[in-house]
Design a binder for this molecule. Structure first.
Ligand SMILES: [Zn+2]
Length: 300
């Protein structure tokens, strides 16, 4: 039976598993993300071996930042695994099988193409709505990389030309308005300004959505304003790329009907003339970093 090793390198943990052709995960292992290159070099081969890496046809590695898929070299990865920049993940993992590595959001889309909501589609947009906003573009059957691997950073589409600074160096990006961090910052600010709201202290993004669902007017304002901007960003990208479906993954995609309905209506309002057909707005079916990483190798 052919299997592929998937390794998902995140800021807090590294997860690995061997995935079969039908998408079932045979072994799953996880370790806290090492703090240094030396620790990483020691820990990754052991993790890959414990997940059955020697039995895999190939391996896929998903990691934050920009990577060269052929060499598996990390080009740019600001944040907790910055020490990987310039290093080849296939070498660090001690893997002898072919290795494909890519940005984690693109890996997430690969997972949906192989086993999830994008199966059978040739054109789709994917957004991972979490701490930040990741993205992926499937166009004419290919996951778009662009000239230098930057393509698909949908969280960094400018949504407000006068907006505040973003970690990417641009200003007014989608993720400065719609992301768990942006929504939490708004909620903290509302509580700090003593507005009449149940939001106090440092509420989580899920707390803000729950308060909005329960009728808290301030929480509803924060969620609705963020959703309005997400709808505008998605509408613009839909008109640029004409997808068969828009797929939402990440923690915020677990939000309830209030969010999904408002988002769908916001998108329809902006796209109904050019895209009179209803483009399905669907939740990611795989939404699993290990399966996404394995899909990079399985669909190589
Ligand atoms: Zn940005």
């Amino acid at each position: 039976m052919k299997t592929w090793l998937g390794i998902d390198i995140g800021g807090t943990s590294i997860k690995a598993g061997r995935v079969a052709a039908d998408g079932s995960v045979l072994e799953r292992k996880s370790i806290p993300t090492p703090r240094s290159l030396e620790e990483f070099r020691a820990a990754l081969p052991a993790l890959a071996a414990s997940a059955g890496g020697d039995l895999a046809e190939g391996a896929g590695i998903g990691c934050k930042g920009l990577l060269d898929p052929e060499s598996s070299r990390v080009l740019v990865s600001p944040g907790p695994v910055v020490y990987l920049e310039g290093h080849q993940l296939s070498v660090l993992a001690g893997l002898r099988c072919p290795v494909t590595a890519d940005n984690d959001a693109r890996a997430a889309l690969a997972g949906e193409v192989a086993w999830g909501a994008a199966r059978g589609l040739r054109n789709a947009l994917m957004f991972t709505l979490g701490t930040g906003v990741g993205g992926g573009i499937l166009s004419d059957g290919r996951i778009v990389r662009g000239a230098t691997g930057v393509a698909g950073h949908l969280g960094h589409v400018t949504i407000d030309p006068d907006g505040g600074p973003c970690i990417c160096g641009n200003r007014g990006c989608l993720e400065t308005v719609f992301s768990a961090r942006a929504i939490e910052a708004q909620a903290w600010s509302a509580g700090h300004r003593s507005l009449a709201t149940v939001l106090r202290g440092q509420p989580s993004c899920a707390d803000v959505f729950a308060a909005a669902d329960a009728g808290d007017a301030v929480a509803a304002y924060i969620v609705d304003r963020a959703t309005f901007h997400l709808a505008a960003a998605i509408a613009g990208l839909m008109l640029a790329l004409d997808p068969e479906a828009v797929i939402l993954g990440g923690n915020i995609a677990a939000a309830g009907a209030r969010f999904w309905t408002a988002l769908d209506e916001g998108i329809r309002d902006r796209t109904h003339v050019m895209l009179p057909r209803r483009v399905p707005l669907v939740r990611a079916a795989v939404d699993d970093g290990v399966m996404g990483a394995a899909a990079l190798a399985a669909t190589r």
